[in-house]
Design a protein around this ligand. Sequence first.
Ligand code: SF4
Ligand code: SF4
Length: 378
Amino acid sequence: MSNATRRNFLTSAITTGIGLQVASAAPATKNLEMPMRTLGKTGLKVTVLGFGCMTTSDPAVIQAAVDSGINYFDTARGYQNGNNERMVGAALKDVRKKIVLVTKTPSHSAKDMMANLDTSLKELGTDYIDIWHLHSREKAADIPDECFDAQDEAVKQGKVRFKGVSFHGGHSFMIPWLIEKKRTDVILSSYNFTMAPEMDTLLAQASNAGLGVVAMKVMAGGFRQNKPGSSLYDRLKKDTALPTALKWAVRNKFVHTSIPGTTDLDQLDENFKAVSSGWKEDDAKILAAHLERIRPLYCSMCGGCEGQCSKGLPVHDIIRYVSYAEGYGEFALGRENWKQLNDDHQAVRCGDCSDCTVKCPNGVKVFERVSRAQELFA
Ligand code: SF4
Ligand code: SF4
């Protein structure tokens, strides 16, 4: 991290939560404030802008987020081939008790989950996790009762404070189901401006039922409009679409915090300024134009094409993996996920189909996106 870059970031840092006063704040940004909300019945006070660590490799970026007052940090056992937790834990060790530390388990059996939890604790260098999610569950079959039981046991043992479930799709089933089950404290759900208004209703229901609500995928796949180095970016000195997408997500009071993936100080600065400035009516125009641009590329995981692929491919997952590579520029992450598909699915080639059986009502060019994934990762 260059000093110049770090200084740029700190110009927008403020004093909230555990943050430090930044006396050298530039006049244009020194009065920025980061709203805090209560994470449902957990009672935890969290900054509306949290920090998604999945793609972060530089601990200095995490430490800068802490300095700015951000207090919610999200990782998972599997991120970066199991190495992300170690880096995150080391970056946060001096402030452990002042921040909300979140991780996730991919395991589906109680025995594996408990072993997984001990590994997470060791890697993170802590003796408790604030929120422990069941990672990426989209239907009831993804959470046998023993998973809920194992979460209860982890709380009983003092290794976990609150129990969570994360999901990318299946919202209209998962949210009412989890409310009904009453075994979960926090949900981590994808949520962004491409989704149907039904999502707002579902998140309100979750929040009103006392669940903590955390939004991920708020940037709708990345797909930055003005990349640094492009003439538009150089002229505007910023991208407009992604910060506006973040503002849109957190304008919803039922979203208690958000976890945009943050890899460098410029992104951190951009996110911080976006959330601090709040949603303006004119922002809707920026998002409308951005939506038109990404419509063929971004799958909102609405579930509308479930089971339509004649070769049985999990189309929405595959399009998500290709978005990691092309939307966020995270090729390794896309391929890491692709390699977890079963061998039969990895062997399919869309070019062998005479006609694609998947019809997306939202305008995603499914054949092109799945073919692109095969081209990139297979
Ligand atoms: S491809 Fe289209 S229909 Fe299928 S899950 Fe994605 S947005 Fe929904
Ligand atoms: S073209 Fe690809 S996504 Fe479409 S039905 Fe065939 S294998 Fe499935």
